[in-house]
Write a protein that binds this ligand. Structure first.
Ligand code: 9UX
Length: 73
């Protein structure tokens, strides 16, 4: 049961942030494909099995590394 979650990210201001966030998110379980992080606009999109990886856990992971994440869809 895959779900596509789009987060708006605050605090991400250069392409190094994008790469480091992608690397961190890629290590999460339950992903169908590598997460995509963009800078303009600052967003992260993950397609994940909600039984293996809850949306809240993704948000917590993003915030743990120092960004603010808001679920958009
Ligand atoms: Mo760039 Mo990001 O200089 O936390 S690595 S702003």
């Amino acid at each position: 049961n895959y779900h596509r979650s789009l987060f708006s990210i605050e605090g991400m201001s250069c392409s190094s942030c994008v790469l480091s966030l992608e690397t961190i998110l890629k290590a999460l379980p339950g992903l169908r494909e590598p997460p995509v992080v963009s800078l303009l606009p600052p967003e992260a999109v993950l397609v994940h099995d909600i039984n293996l990886l809850e949306t809240d856990a993704i948000q917590a992971k993003i915030e743990k590394v120092g960004f603010d994440a808001t679920l958009k869809s």
